[in-house]
Structure formats: structure tokens, C-alpha cells
Design a protein around this ligand. Structure first.
Ligand code: KG4
Ligand code: ZN
Length: 361
């Protein structure tokens, strides 16, 4: 099986060819990701119109490069898988329409993929995990805990009621005058900071509701920052360190709750796994917190290589292979139209107040 994957839901233009050989071993034959960070940096966040235009300009070349890199031509491809949501609708239209055009011209099936399913199934591509397992997705657009029970069988156990975690990092950076994207810069500044100087809130900690919230923490950071003006380099470092400590603590509390629920719901799974995905998974303090939690709870901690944790098309091609293999490839085909909102789990109620409002709502 050989699938071409296309990803354009936010600010990465990506294409990849993934194959499954006779022994059912997956191989990433090519994986090209063009980041638009530079185009958006001046605005401190992703600008949808700029993103869509950049996808239009880059996508053809990226697809050609992915095919060339993998040593294949369209004739060797079994299907084309493209992200059809959730995400910025302009980018989704560019990716899905391009995929449909190529599929129609080459006479190949088209599989419309939910971007979140791509993240959810990556650990099977990288680590060969068996179902079920728990996924923590923490990116600029999403903050979710999902029970991954099978291909197309997902249950969202927690989501954010306001900001995504990566967004909280990005907004904190902006308030402190650090460049976009904020996460890596906040982490860097935090390294020389005093994490005990500011007692920032731990939103939702101990709450019976399993969800996340980060907007209160953001407000607390803003208040601390405006109370000090002008901020010295040490003040910035201390705020970053205190913010990161609060985030790790709050996140850890929510994850511990989900690990306990997983044990209850899947008592037969001897060594269950927690998988992380999304750009925030790069953060060492957060990673260390999750590692410790998993060790204490008897969970394996699975962190795929960062290149496959952040947005990429290999995960989309892989989701296409999983769908082909499970006989689900017909479900979302040529008739599928892009969806800016597309919950992975259609059973979970939407968040009160609509939850995400940003780039990847
Ligand atoms: O998954 P991702 O690359 O893409 C999208 O969300 O589209 O995640 C990007 C997010 C940004 O918000 C960025 O600030 C955050 O991940 N991030 C980090 C770190 N590296 C990236 N957050 C905290 N610590 C980091 N080291
Ligand atoms: Zn993503």
C-alpha cells in the first residue's frame, strides 16, 4: 500500500508518501514540510489569508518534491489522503481541492482525513502501538485528551474551554515582548528564571470536570507583567518560569485524572500508553512532568519524534493507509467538503461558549 498525504490546515504546507510493505511495516518514503512561520511572525500569529495564499503558491512544488523524494510517481500511488478539517478553511480548500484534482486526473481514490485523526494514529506509525491508548494533543490550536480505541473510534475525554495550550504560550510571549512562536522562547527564558517568584493560578486543578482552561492564567501573567513595567530580563525569565510551572502543574493534574479513568475503562490493558502530540510536546518541563506521571501510574510514555508530533503530511498519509486497511476509505471521498470545525468524536458535546475560537477551531 502506498499513499500520498497532503496537509494544509494551518501554517505548514506538507506532502508525504507513506508505504506499507508486505510484512505490514510502515515506511515514511518522503516527508516534506514547509513552515510559514516567517510569513506570520510580524503579526504575532497565523493570518488566515496569508496562510491560504502561501499554500496555493507552495503546494504543487511540495507534492512534486514528496513524490520525487520517495522515488515514486502518481501511477504507483494507491490513494491520495488530504486533510479536510478542522482548520483554517482557506488552507483546507487549497489542499483538498488539489488532492481531488490529482486523484481525479490519475484515477485514484481520494480519502478526506480529519487532521486530529492524523495526530491520533501517529503512534501506530512510529511505535506500532496497539489500541486502545490515550492521546494528549497539545498544540497551538488544540488541547485535548482522547481515548484512541480503533481506527475511526475516538472518545474525547477532555478539551479546553478557552485557549489552547500553545496559544497560551504564544500570548504569554507576546505580552512579554518575546518573538513568535512563543513556546520555544518562553521555555528558553524560563531556563534562567525563578519558578517560585509568582504564584500563578492552576486553572481547573482538582476540578471534577475533566477539561482544561488557560485564559485565567494568561490574565494573571498580564497583571504581573503590567504591575512591574519596565520589565527587566530577569523579570521576564521569572514570569516565564512561573508560568511554565503553573502550566505543567495544571496539565499534570488533568492528565493524572485521565490516566486513572483509562485504568478503570480498560482494566485488561496491562501496560497502557500515553502518547503526546503537538508542538507543545517539545517543552522539556512538560515532558518531564508527563514522564513522571506515567512512571507513577504504570503507563508507558510515548513521545514520537517531534517532526511527526507537529503538523506534517506523513500522519495524513498514514491515516489514509489505516482507513484503507480498515475498509473505511469510502466513508469520506470525493463528495467531502472542507470543514473548519470537525470534532474527532461526534458524540462529545460542544464546549459551552464554543471552546476554541482561534486558528484551528
Ligand atoms: O503542533 P504545532 O507545531 O502546530 C500548530 O498548532 O499548528 O504547535 C505549535 C505550538 C505553538 O503554539 C508553539 O508556541 C508551541 O506549539 N510550542 C511550544 C514549544 N515549541 C512549540 N510550547 C511550549 N514549549 C515549547 N518548547
Ligand atoms: Zn496539528
Amino acid at each position: 500500500m502506498r499513499v500520498l498525504g497532503i496537509e494544509t490546515s494551518c501554517d505548514e504546507t506538507a506532502a508525504s508518501v507513506v508505504t506499507l510493505d508486505g510484512a505490514a511495516t510502515p515506511v515514511i518514503a518522503s516527508n516534506i514540510v514547509l513552515s510559514q512561520i516567517e510569513e506570520h511572525a510580524a503579526f504575532g500569529g497565523v493570518v488566515p489569508e496569508i496562510a491560504a495564499r502561501a499554500h496555493v503558491e507552495a503546494l504543487d512544488g511540495i507534492i512534486e518534491a514528496a513524490l520525487a523524494d520517495s522515488g515514486t510517481t502518481l501511477a504507483d500511488i494507491d490513494a491520495i489522503a488530504a486533510t479536510a478539517g478542522p482548520g483554517l478553511v482557506g488552507g483546507l480548500i487549497v489542499g483538498l481541492m488539489t488532492a481531488k484534482a490529482i486523484a481525479a486526473a490519475a484515477g485514484k481514490p481520494l480519502i478526506a482525513i480529519n487532521h486530529l485523526e492524523g495526530h491520533a494514529l501517529t503512534a501506530r506509525l512510529t511505535d506500532g502501538l496497539d489500541f486502545p491508548y490515550l492521546l494528549l494533543l497539545v498544540s497551538g490550536g488544540h488541547t485535548q485528551i482522547v481515548a484512541v480505541r480503533g481506527v475511526g473510534d475516538y472518545q474525547r475525554w477532555a478539551t479546553t474551554i478557552d485557549d489552547a495550550l500553545g496559544e497560551a504560550f504564544d500570548k504569554t510571549a507576546k505580552m512579554l515582548g518575546l518573538p513568535y512562536p512563543g513556546g520555544p522562547n518562553v521555555e528558553k527564558a524560563a531556563a534562567t528564571g525563578d519558578a517560585t517568584r509568582f504564584a500563578f493560578p492552576r486553572p481547573m486543578k482538582g476540578s471534577a470536570q475533566p477539561d482544561f482552561s488557560f485564559s485565567g492564567l494568561k490574565t494573571a501573567v498580564r497583571q504581573a507583567a503590567t504591575a512591574i513595567q519596565p520589565l527587566s530580563e530577569q523579570d521576564v525569565a521569572d514570569i516565564c518560569a512561573s508560568f511554565q510551572a503553573a502550566v505543567a502543574d495544571a496539565l499534570g493534574d488533568r492528565v493524572a485524572r485521565a490516566l486513572a479513568r483509562f485504568r478503570q475503562e480498560f482494566p485488561d490493558k496491562a501496560t497502557p500508553s500515553l502518547v503526546v502530540a503537538g508542538g507543545v510536546a517539545a517543552n522539556r518541563t512538560i515532558k518531564a512532568t508527563l514522564h513522571k506521571l506515567c512512571a507513577e501510574a504504570g503507563f508507558a510514555f510515548v513521545a514520537p519524534p517531534l517532526k511527526l508530533c507537529t503538523d506534517n503530511a506523513a500522519m495524513i498519509a498514514w491515516a489514509g493507509i489505516e482507513r484503507l486497511r480498515a475498509g473505511l476509505s469510502q466513508e469520506n471521498g470525493f463528495d467531502f467538503v472542507p470543514r473548519s470545525r470537525w470534532p474527532l468524536d461526534s458524540i462529545s458535546a460542544p464546549m459551552v461558549g464554543s471552546g476554541r475560537r482561534g486558528a484551528k477551531a
